[in-house]
Design a protein around this ligand. Sequence first.
Ligand SMILES: [Zn+2]
Length: 351
Amino acid sequence: MHFGWRVLLAVLIIFMFTLGCDEAPESVSQSVVRALDEHDDFESWNQSDYHPEKVFDDWLEWQTESSVVCNELSKLSDLDLTVFENQIRDSKYKKILVGCQRGLIRRLDLYWNRERGSVSVPNLDFKFTTETLVMDSVPRGKILAQGFARKQVLFTFDDGPHPEYTEKMLKIFKQTGVKALFFLLGKSARMFPDEVYKIAAEGHSVGSHTESHSCVALNSRCRRSNHSPLSSSQSYNEIAAGARSVIKVLGWTHPFFRFPYGESSPELQNYLYGRGFFDFYWSIDSEDWKKRGLGDYYQSLINKIDRQQGGNILFHDIHKKTLEVMPLLLKYLYKNNYTIVIVKAKPVTAF
Ligand SMILES: [Zn+2]
C-alpha cells in the first residue's frame, strides 16, 4: 500500500517534470505585447519570433481559443491594430478570429479612411516619362543605385503579388506612366498568376524573392530567425524554386533577385551571378511595414528621398498603407522634378 503511493507520487512528479520541460505556449496577451514592442526595432522586427505572422501561426498551431485572441486584439488602439493588419485580413487565420475578424477589418478600414481624410489625396492628372536602364552589359553583382542619375527614382516592390493591393497599385501606375520592378514570391506568383500576367503586360519588370520568403543566408541573423535553419542546398533550392515559379507562370523572368531581409552571403551571391542574375538590393528603405499614420509615413518618405536625391526604393505591395501613400508620393515627386527609371535586362527562361 505504502509502496504503491510512492510509485504513484514518483510517476506524478515525472509527469509534471515532463510537462515543465515542454515549451509552454505564451499567453496571447504576452505575445501581443512582444509583437508590438519588437515592432519598434527595425533591425530585429522582420526576423523576430514575434513578427505578427509568426505569432498568428503559433496561435493556429496551438489551437488557441478565438475568444482569447479576439479579446486581446480588440483591446488595442487602432494604430497598434495596424501592426496585425495583414493577418487580420488574411482568411488563413479566420479560425482563430471567429467572431471578430469582420469587426476588426471594419475598424481598420475606418481608421484608414479617417487617416486619408487628414491628408489630401490629389487627382492623378500628370504623367511621368520613364527612362529605361538596360543592364545586359552590366557585370553581375550587388545593385544599390549604381547607374542612376540624380533625382531618378526606381520603385521596387517585394513579397507580392497581392490580389488586391498589387492590382490597385498597377492602376495608379498606369494613370501616371510609372514603371516598377516587382520581386515576386514564388508561392504567391503561383497563387495569383493573373496579377503576374498583368504586371508583365503593363511593361513592369519582374524578378523573384525566393519561393517562400525563407532567410537563406545562413548567417547569424538568419539562423536566429529560422526555426530550422536551411542547409546550403536548401537555400539554393529556395532561390531556384522562386525564380522557377515565376518562369512557370510567365514563361520568363528578368534576371533580378532580391534576398529576403537583404541577407546574402558570398556563396549565394556567386550562385546567382553564375546563373546570370543580379543581387538587387536597395538604397532607400521606405519602411512601409512600420506602424505609423499616413501623414507621418508620407513625410518620412519624402524626407528620405530628398536627402538622397532619389534612388532605388524598397516597398512592399502587400501593405494597404503603401498603396495609400503612393498617389501622394507620386504627386510630390512629379512636382519636384524627379524622374522614374526602370531597369531591364534580357529575360531568362530557365534557372
Ligand atoms: Zn521580403
